[in-house]
Design a protein around this ligand. Structure first.
Ligand SMILES: Cc1cc2nc3c(=O)[nH]c(=O)nc-3n(C[C@H](O)[C@H](O)[C@H](O)COP(=O)(O)OP(=O)(O)OC[C@H]3O[C@@H](n4cnc5c(N)ncnc54)[C@H](O)[C@@H]3O)c2cc1C
Length: 407
């Protein structure tokens, strides 16, 4: 069996791993990043990139490509409740792009910056010595191979066996969403710059936890990314398959009937586990930092996880670069990651969780929120994030405690 030795190893070349590799290379750290897939690869996702990511994407040189090939820019947002009442609001402009391409641009930016990359390497377990992560055992083109490293960044997404091995894997059925995605053609009535999010009346024990369908327009709105999201808890209660959920929405709701009357699915629904958090979970253990979906760092109200993954990747790289300068990868040094990442990520994770728990999941509150939104001066030319924050403080008397929307 062959063994490779590097200073830093990054497992996973999604947005989190590739961002970590990019900044590690930029800091001059000897880094290898690996992925089990042959690239470019698809990732099931709505493909929304919030503007908070633009500075990083620009620095990497990926932004110009993304803008050139983006499927759409979203500037408006329609929220539809279970009774099919709705409100429209503005959001900070966010781009929608296909992950097959965007993830590849970020990966290529890391390679251009000097990171070494190996595809078709599947990490199977962690190399542990005296309780310290020392790299991974894996399979390279199905042949056993070890990669040893002073520090390992675990960024292999929401099915990670590696964070499971460390006890960091998130498993809360109320915060774990099962998200299904398909591309559709022939959509009717979808405005070209408006994303729509529908809360579906699935009637679970009188009131459902989050069950949503969403449409993100592509190429002028005739095409769209269609998504279904349901929590693991709700999925267990209903026993619904993604097709049943889709058929229910398409045939039994006004918007489903209108939007999809003449629509065809371009591809099949494909599902993916997406664990979310109310606040960032523990990501540091001796010898390793885990980021992104591997520790369930996605936001819980709108399923955004790219910001947590990329921001976590950058902070991990900055901390590891300092360790490299001092040639000290001790747990105490790596632990500097945790408070920095919490400071950067907890405001939007917290805001999303409050919005979900206190508003989206409470029928009467959501109705009242709609009344409030429609009564705002200037409606519908008002910002979603600001208006939601104002409602939560003024009407629900919630202490936002520094939490803030990134939309
Ligand atoms: C339907 C759906 C819609 C979503 N919509 C949005 C959205 O619009 N905007 C948004 O911000 N977020 C969205 N998300 C969330 C977002 O997709 C994730 O949060 C984000 O991809 C997390 O990035 P990551 O780098 O942590 O993991 P990933 O993107 O999952 O990347 C992990 C990488 O690790 C590799 N890998 C896995 N196991 C191994 C292994 N053992 N060895 C080596 N490599 C391995 C995989 O091949 C993959 O390339 C959505 C998610 C879903 C499911």
């Amino acid at each position: 069996m062959s063994t490779i030795r590097r200073t830093a190893l990054v497992v996973g070349a999604g947005p989190g791993g590739s961002t970590a590799a990019y900044y590690l290379a930029k800091h001059g750290v000897d880094v290898l990043f690996v992925d089990k897939e042959t690239w470019p690869r698809d990732k099931i996702c709505g493909g929304v990139y919030v503007p908070a990511l633009y500075p990083m994407l620009k620095e990497m040189g990926a932004y110009d490509e993304m803008i050139k090939y983006q499927a759409c820019e979203i500037t408006e947002f329609r929220l539809i409740d279970r009774h099919e009442d709705y409100v429209d609001m503005r959001t900070a402009p966010a781009m929608i792009a296909t992950r097959r391409f965007t993830d590849d641009w970020i990966r290529r930016a890391a390679i251009k910056e000097g990171a070494d990359f190996m595809e078709n390497f599947e990490a199977t377990s962690l190399i542990m010595r005296k309780g310290v992560v020392k790299g991974v055992h894996g399979l390279y083109h199905n042949q056993p191979m070890d990669i040893e490293a002073d520090v390992t960044v675990i960024a292999n997404g929401s099915h990670s066996e590696l964070t499971r091995q460390l006890g960091l894997f998130p498993d809360d059925p109320d915060l774990t969403m099962y998200c299904f995605r398909a591309y559709v053609d022939g959509v009717e009535g979808l405005a070209p710059h408006m994303a729509e999010e529908y809360y579906v009346p699935m009637g679970l024990n009188g009131w459902s936890p989050i069950c949503t369908t969403w449409l993100n327009p592509h190429y002028g709105g005739k095409q769209a990314v269609l998504g279904l999201t349901i929590t693991e808890k709700a999925l267990r209660e209903t026993g619904l398959s993604s097709m049943e959920f889709y058929e229910y929405w398409k045939n039994n709701t006004k918007f489903g009937q209108e939007r999809l009357a003449h629509a065809t699915l371009i591809d099949k629904f494909r599902g993916w586990r997406l664990p979310g958090s109310r606040k960032l979970g523990k990501g540091v253990v001796p010898g390793a930092i885990a980021i992104g979906d591997s520790i369930g760092a996605a936001e819980t109200a709108f399923e955004y996880g790219i910001p947590s993954a990329m921001t976590g990747g950058k902070i991990a790289a900055d901390v590891i670069a300092e360790c490299d300068k001092k040639d000290d990868f001790d747990f105490s040094e790596l632990s500097k990651y945790q408070p920095l990442a919490e400071q950067a990520l907890n405001p939007s994770l917290g805001f999303n969780a409050m919005f979900r728990d206190e508003l989206l999941n409470k029928e009467e509150v959501m109705k009242d929120f709609f009344r409030y939104v429609k009564a705002q001066p200037g409606y519908p030319e008002i910002m979603f994030g600001d208006t939601a924050a104002k409602y939560m403080m003024e009407v629900l008397h919630l202490d936002l405690g520094g939490n803030a929307s990134n939309q």
